[in-house]
Design a protein around this ligand. Structure first.
Ligand code: IMP
Length: 192
């Protein structure tokens, strides 16, 4: 079975291929000549993922899945959440986003946070949602140079290293996106 993964991010694509490709052949919108960026301005991760998947389903009539991720900080009532990429500004600058987060959490002792990924799948016209969560805490200083986004500030529960200090393979095993993708993979296996 062929399925579209609504992404233009090479890293996400290779990560998803590693998890899913025994079940299906993944293609991207670019493989079909679709290069426009799809809006991601809905108020929730679920709606963003669904919008992207539906957009491509309506355009191509093919099976498709899309993901959206946010960092949800307890003391900030779930912010930056759906705004994670553009938290500090429209530039989507990870360094500025992390500085803003540290500023917002200054003096706050509750540093609990979680990354949450939602994957929306449209298969033969039917919609399915899968969620992946990794819980942790936000440190007071950056640590590590690996990963991307907020990784240098995020200490997963039970770990002594941030997501920016562990290997790519280890991160995929515990990460929100890895968990959501494996749920998708299991579902695709189960309907074969
Ligand atoms: P996206 O929906 O995967 O594009 O993620 C939105 C934003 O969430 C990214 O721009 C990052 O700021 C943040 N983010 C998503 N996944 C991760 C991760 O694995 N580590 C750190 N930050 C992430």
């Amino acid at each position: 079975m062929e399925i579209i993964f609504a992404t233009s991010n090479r890293h996400k694509l290779s990560e998803a291929k590693g998890i899913i490709e025994t079940e299906v052949l993944l293609i991207t919108p670019a493989d079909l000549g679709i290069t426009e960026s799809i809006p991601e301005d809905a108020p929730t991760l679920e709606e963003n993922a669904l919008f992207k998947a539906r957009y491509l389903w309506e355009k191509t009539g093919r099976n498709v899945f899309a993901d959206d991720t946010g960092l949800e900080v307890e003391a900030l009532n779930g912010a930056p959440g759906v705004m994670s990429a553009r938290y500090a500004s429209e530039e989507c600058d990870a360094g500025k986003n992390m500085q803003k987060l540290l500023k917002e959490l200054k003096g706050i002792s509750n540093r609990k946070a979680r990354f949450r990924t939602v994957v929306a799948l449209i298969l033969n016209g039917e919609t399915h949602l899968f969620e992946g969560i990794v819980k942790g805490t936000i440190l007071e200083d950056l640590s590590g140079t690996g990963g991307f986004g907020y990784d240098p500030l995020f200490l997963p529960d039970g770990y002594t290293k941030t997501l920016a200090e562990i290997s790519y393979e280890e991160k995929n095993l515990i990460s929100h996106r890895g968990i959501a993708m494996r749920k998708l993979s299991e579902f695709l296996k189960s309907i074969k």
